[in-house]
Design a binder for this molecule. Structure first.
Ligand code: PXG
Length: 286
């Protein structure tokens, strides 16, 4: 059976799952999204993802036409329709079809799209050997422009940074904020380890507050590893002992070089390994 896609209350075969070319989600990137994973049939931190989705929508003055409770049911229904247990789930809310012109008041019917499929972001070998990343010259958008806290359909800024990474032979790239401080990567949060202490840029560094990021901070607490938010520059990364990235799609992935400089020993560090194992255990526990 073809993959079943949920669009605003109905299921469609993947080939027939379509929305209007007048949808402002397409015309202007006017909408919000979420990416999450299910493990053995349970969606990891679904409530947190839905909260972030509804907050992102609120931030762009978009009213999601269904309640969180109905959304939660629709997400699980989409998984079940496709007999998926371990899956990647993409939730997309668009402003809906309107007239040509920015005015959101001329749109109607925001669309709710739920796709449950598989995703493999990075080849398996990167999880064992670690990623090489570079710093992109494209900075994360200014918090006074569209806040990076909003997971909007407008990801061009991050895509430009991703292109810079790909052109340099790297699958991920580091983005700084408008002050030149470390923010995050194009689709992942960043952590470093220095003298046994785990650090990640603060929420006000122009980052998306990652749900995997928060899970790692919780795991550090649980495992007696000192962890805190810390404003950092590239210098802090270059002299770190370990570095890793986190994201719903990427999970926990080690970084071994940044801008061709080896981080620590240039191989996957012990705290990264410990947290990566703890994360695997956490997502597979009910
Ligand atoms: N920063 C940015 C800019 C992101 O887009 C994260 C950090 C990590 O957040 P979570 O909550 O996932 O830990 C993201 C999330 C994709 C994809 O399809 C991207 C993300 C998540 C899932 C899929 O490339 N980015």
């Amino acid at each position: 059976m073809a993959l079943q896609i949920y669009i605003s209350g109905k299921f469609y075969d993947k080939a027939d799952a379509k929305i209007s070319v007048y949808d402002h989600g397409l015309l202007y990137g006017d909408g919000v999204f979420e990416g999450m994973r299910s493990y053995s049939g349970t969606i990891f931190r679904l409530k947190e993802h839905l909260e972030r989705l509804y907050e992102s929508a609120r931030a762009i003055c978009l009213t999601i036409p269904i309640s969180i409770e109905v959304m939660e049911k629709a997400v699980y229904e989409t998984l079940q329709k496709n007999s998926l247990i371990d899956a990647y789930i993409r939730l997309v809310i668009t402003r809906g079809a309107g007239s040509l012109g920015l005015d959101p008041n001329k749109t109607s019917d925001p669309q709710v799209i739920i796709i449950a499929d598989s995703i493999s972001l990075y080849p398996e070998e990167f999880y064992d050997k670690g990623l090489k990343i570079i710093t992109a010259s494209t900075v994360r958008s200014h918090p006074a422009a569209l806040s990076p806290r909003v997971k909007s359909l407008n990801y061009l800024n991050n895509i430009m940074a991703k292109i810079e990474g790909l052109q340099a032979g790297c699958v991920e790239a580091l983005m700084l904020n408008h002050k030149g401080e470390v923010a995050e990567c194009t689709g992942d949060n960043i952590f470093i380890v220095k003298r046994g202490v785990v650090m990640t840029p603060p929420k006000d560094a122009g980052i998306l507050e990652g749900i995997t990021r928060n899970a790692i901070l919780d795991l550090c607490k649980e495992h007696g590893i000192v962890a805190f938010e810390q404003t950092m520059t590239r210098h802090d990364l270059y002299v770190a002992d370990e570095c890793f990235l986190t994201g719903s799609a990427a999970e926990v992935i080690p970084v071994v070089t940044i801008d061709s400089r080896p981080i620590g020993s240039g191989s996957v560090g012990p705290i990264t390994k410990k947290l990566s194992d703890a994360f695997k255990k956490l997502v597979h526990s009910k």
